[in-house]
Design a protein around this ligand. Sequence first.
Ligand code: NI
Length: 180
Amino acid sequence: MSILKIARAGHPVLKRVAEPVADPTSPAIRHLIADMIETLVDIDGAGLAAPQVHVSRRVVIFRVPEERAKREDREAAEPQPLTVLINPVIEPMSTEMAEGLEACLSLPGLAGRVPRYTHIRYRGLDHEGRAIEREARGFHARVVQHECDHLDGILYPMRMADMSTLAFTTELGRDEVEES
Ligand code: NI
């Protein structure tokens, strides 16, 4: 396993629509997932998409740490273990959206307020090729939307409604913004 280099905004791989994975259990995908997990743990992030490590495939990983879940409303306060999601599909469960601060490993040091659906359902395959289907709210829903956007060449500033909220986290005086 190895810790992978993160692509930063401006790299073409972040602008591409990533290719679906034909066989989630192939050696190449297993290897990719193992390296993505090692990389995410090393940088202590909340999520990572394969294009962020220069691989244009529809694979994301994410987690909702207990500390982050605690800051959510009661119905969204469940922590989520590290989850591998291959070929994900997101379906909004309502039209309600909320703004929240996001940061991205591909835009280091920055954060901005991004509107996201507050309640979604997502489907995909895990690392063994088994179906995953979950509902998510709050930060859990936010991180999944952020990661899946990476698969379609979208970075969070492209979703921002008010660009004046884009800031360096050091200027915001908060370094607890989870990067993903
Ligand atoms: Ni990101």
